[in-house]
Design a protein around this ligand. Structure first.
Ligand SMILES: Cc1cc2nc3c(=O)[nH]c(=O)nc-3n(C[C@H](O)[C@H](O)[C@H](O)COP(=O)(O)OP(=O)(O)OC[C@H]3O[C@@H](n4cnc5c(N)ncnc54)[C@H](O)[C@@H]3O)c2cc1C
Ligand SMILES: Cc1cc2nc3c(=O)[nH]c(=O)nc-3n(C[C@H](O)[C@H](O)[C@H](O)COP(=O)(O)O)c2cc1C
Length: 773
């Protein structure tokens, strides 16, 4: 086969040499516009996994690279006069020039033709090639010729960065955060050869312009950075080698995803590789790794499917199928890390204490969790756990076992929870006439015995027509209050769990069947009239609600207040006002469901007017020492709907009205929603609200392991973690997770104590694996 790689970066060179090595009969040319040994940039970092892959495919190159590597384990963070260090993080760095020189030399040794100083304008310049590799980087001319075919999606990110070098050999991957009169700058610093380090300075666009850096030339920008980071540089110089860049040396990162990676141009197959196909932000240092792994995968597919021209189509499809998955995974992690650096100044740097700031930084990609950190640096993590526990009010024994963050107590107003785990509200559709019965006693009782610090009732309503279904719970009469009291008294008498009541009104989503007979489907008979912010049905075949009148508002408010008053007597510990999921109060907050033109619609202030009125009314009758939480849909996941920025505005209004916590859920407002599910998928909303608005939050949604909860609480992404489905699957979720992470100090109900040791011993035995026969 005749193969031409356009662009001699890591992708083009490595693919060239691997293919030539696989079959020396191939004719392979790499065409590069720069001179040999002439390149931009400083050092790049790799992970151990990439090196293992490279050793398997070409040990010669791997050996050369490894002998040029600088390896380091430590991460050091500098902020607000503090210098903090952790170890066990395992990076390797190499100069980009050195890497390219090794790849070029190996290409020459294997017989790959290298053509330098030739600018390629079109793939059509190589009519004889069977295959053209577009390895010409982010601004790929080849990709840009065929936007219809490759469907590139390039998103320029808001932060500015400048890629510099330093002759100070830093002995740790160093992050230095500096505040100026206009805001925060951060430097990402890592050594890549004996005496040189990469030094990337990053900030937000507004801070960048406030300092006039948009008008500064490169020399001025460098002087500015030298002064700002003078302490970490020991007064040393910063160096540039980006002279080929025109204009400002400060760049914006371009995040690239391509809908398709290959195209037949009528004469030859063209395939994208490396930065031409995708980019991953330098915050997790994976661009070069992705380029090299692309090269390996394409070579693997030729090896598996055949390396003749007739196989090219199938090979390219298989290559794209495999790589698209891996690349999406890395891009996801890179996005989390990149976004962390985009908001660090406005969200974390001023608010979090240095210890917690560092934890948040280390877990920024959300691929490194609490237990990962324990594996990397046990001492550091346990000291952090002690620091966190002391902040939570525990008397910490510096030599005793550390308490993981989810098992620390949490205090809000006069309420103290024994740990940070909450059973999330879950409708069970198992009541008649709104009265809790024996099912509810067993359901709540067993979950309270299961170790959660707080259990919440399902959405409970102040009138029969406020219910979702005829099976939903209510609190509008004394019979219901007495039945509730029996359950709350049981929980308080037998367990240490606290009990919360979620108060809500179904609004336009009411008068439907119980879940297992058809979620959101109207009743077969006995439907009741519905009210909502506006006269818009939830389901296309659903009942049309009436837009609430002021008289409706007064009646519903009186019901909420009456239920809140009854719950004082029952002895609930906390109330939650349900303002999420498209129910009545949520229907006011979302522009999708609120089309009102009076003072209850049309702006954030108007949309929140009635929900805030209800909040203030129940706050007035609820004891001062007891907290109230508000549940919000922080994202409607629908074009034109609320986003987390809107949720932040509402959270601030509830905070100002006296709310103690925001429970950060999302969705269920519109049937058109397209949520992006995944592990901890709603935690970013909690993180945003907690750290931007300064209100305590509950994170919820696809949190299923102690490791998740510990990571969230420790990083300050939430104060509490609520779990719904895991509590249906396992009433004793908290006790079981404690045992799984080896925490033995959590007490089990005294009646069940004899099971505790056996459970822990069985887990320990399972970890050791099967006994040898
Ligand atoms: C600030 C910063 C820090 C980074 N840090 C890291 C890191 O720590 N670790 C990491 O793995 N990655 C890092 N990267 C990313 C990394 O540099 C790229 O992802 C990687 O180089 C991609 O390799 P590539 O071969 O696809 O493209 P490139 O390295 O961009 O190579 C493309 C080549 O094509 C040539 N070319 C382009 N157009 C033409 C043309 N028309 N004709 C001929 N030749 C052409 C170019 O001269 C270039 O040599 C960083 C990037 C930035 C911006
Ligand atoms: C069966 C069931 C019923 C639910 N009922 C309610 C409810 O009454 N009120 C509410 O705010 N959320 C309700 N939810 C949503 C949960 O509280 C929670 O936010 C959601 O399930 C995501 O958490 P998870 O991933 O831990 O299940 C319900 C969820 C389930 C599974």
């Amino acid at each position: 086969m005749r193969v031409v790689c356009i662009g001699g970066g890591p992708a083009g060179l490595y693919f060239g040499l691997l293919m030539k090595k696989e079959n020396p009969a191939h004719h392979i040319t790499v065409v590069e516009r720069n001179k040999p040994y002439d390149t931009f940039g400083w050092g790049v970092v790799f992970s151990d996994a990439t090196m293992e892959n490279m050793r398997a495919w070409d040990p010669d190159t791997a050996r050369e690279i490894e002998s040029a590597f600088n390896h380091w384990d430590d991460i050091e963070v500098l902020i607000k006069g503090r210098r903090m260090r952790t170890t066990g993080h395992g990076f390797v760095g190499i100069g980009r020039k050195k890497l390219l020189n090794i790849l070029q030399a190996r290409c020459e040794a294997l017989g790959v033709e290298l053509v330098f100083e030739r600018e390629v304008d079109s793939d059509l310049e190589f009519p004889d090639a069977d295959l053209i590799i577009a390895s010409d980087g982010l601004n790929s001319k080849i990709r840009n010729r065929y936007p219809e075919a490759f469907k590139p999606d390039l998103l320029m990110r808001p932060n500015r960065f400048i890629w510099l070098g330093s002759k100070k050999p830093f002995d740790a991957f160093t992050f230095d955060f500096r505040r100026t009169e206009h805001g925060w700058f951060q430097a990402h610093i890592y050594k890549f050869d004996d005496d040189t380090s990469t030094f990337i300075v990053e900030t937000t666009e507004d801070v960048f312009t406030a300092h006039g850096l948009d008008k500064a030339d490169e020399a001025k920008s460098i002087t500015f950075c030298e002064q700002l980071f003078g302490e970490v540089l020991d007064g040393g110089k910063l160096l540039s080698n980006a002279r080929h860049l025109r204009g400002s040396a400060w760049l914006n990162f371009g995040r690239l995803i391509c809908g398709k990676w290959s195209h037949f141009n009528g004469k030859n197959h063209v395939v994208l590789m490396g930065d031409a196909a995708h980019t991953a932000h330098f915050a997790i240092g994976s661009g070069t790794k992705l380029a090299l792994e692309d090269a390996i995968e394409l070579t693997r597919q030729f090896r598996n499917l055949g390396d003749t021209p007739d196989k090219i189509r199938a090979v390219l499809d298989a290559y794209e199928e495999v790589r698209a998955v891996d690349v999406a995974r890395i891009q996801n992690a890179a996005r989390n890390a990149m976004e962390w650096f985009e908001v660090v100044g406005s969200r974390y740097a001023d608010t979090l204490e240095p210890e917690q700031f560092m934890y948040s930084l280390l877990t920024r990609s959300q691929r490194i969790s609490h237990e990962n950190l324990r594996l990397r640096d046990k001492t550091w993590l346990e000291n952090y756990e002690r620091w966190f526990a002391a902040r939570a009010g525990i008397n910490v024994d510096p030599d005793g076992p550390a308490v993981p963050p989810m098992f620390t107590p949490y205090r809000v107003r006069g309420l103290t929870l024994q740990n940070r785990i909450v059973m999330s509200p879950m409708a069970m559709y198992s009541a008649a006439d709104g009265i809790p019965n024996d099912f509810h006693l067993v359901h709540f009782g067993s979950r309270a015995l299961g170790g959660a610090g707080l259990i919440f009732s399902e959405m409970t309503c102040g009138s029969p027509d406020a219910r979702i279904t005829p099976g939903c719970l209510g609190l509008w009469n004394d019979e219901q209050a007495a039945a509730w009291k029996r359950i709350v008294d049981f929980v308080h008498a037998i367990t240490s769990a606290k009990f919360g009541l979620q108060l809500g009104h179904a609004g336009r989503k009411g008068s439907t069947r119980v879940a297992w007979e058809g979620i959101d489907q109207p009743l077969h008979e006995g439907n009741w009239p519905l009210i909502s912010a506006s006269a818009l049905p939830y389901m296309p075949n659903g009942q049309l609600p009436l837009a609430m009148t002021r008289a409706d508002m007064d009646r519903v408010k009186a019901d909420f207040v009456a239920a809140a008053k009854r719950s004082v007597g029952i002895g609930f510990d906390i109330l939650e006002l349900h303002c999420a999921h498209g129910y009545l109060l949520s229907s006011f907050l979302s522009p999708l469901t609120n089309h009102r033109t009076d003072e209850y619609g049309g702006s954030h202030e108007n949309n929140a007017r009635y929900p805030l009125e209800i909040f203030r009314a129940i706050r007035a009758v609820w004891p001062d020492e007891k907290p109230i939480s508000v549940r919000l849909s922080c994202h409607d996941w629908t074009e034109g709907g609320n986003t987390p920025s809107d949720a932040a505005i509402y959270a601030k209004m509830f905070k100002d009205a006296g709310a103690d916590l925001v429970d950060c859920s999302s969705g269920q407002v519109s049937k058109e929603e397209k949520p992006i599910y995944g592990r901890l998928f709603q935690t970013p909303f909690s993180d945003k609200l907690r750290n931007e608005i300064g209100i305590a939050t509950v994170a919820v949604g696809a949190i299923s392991e102690a490791d998740h909860a510990n990571s969230i609480i420790a990083a300050g992404r939430a104060d509490l973690c609520a779990l719904a489905r895991p509590h249906l699957a396992d009433a004793a979720w908290t006790l079981h997770e404690a045992a799984k992470i080896g925490v033995k100090s959590i007490s089990w109900p005294k009646q069940y104590l004899s099971a505790k040791m056996q459970y822990e011993a069985n887990l320990a035995r399972a970890t050791l694996g099967p006994r040898p026969s």
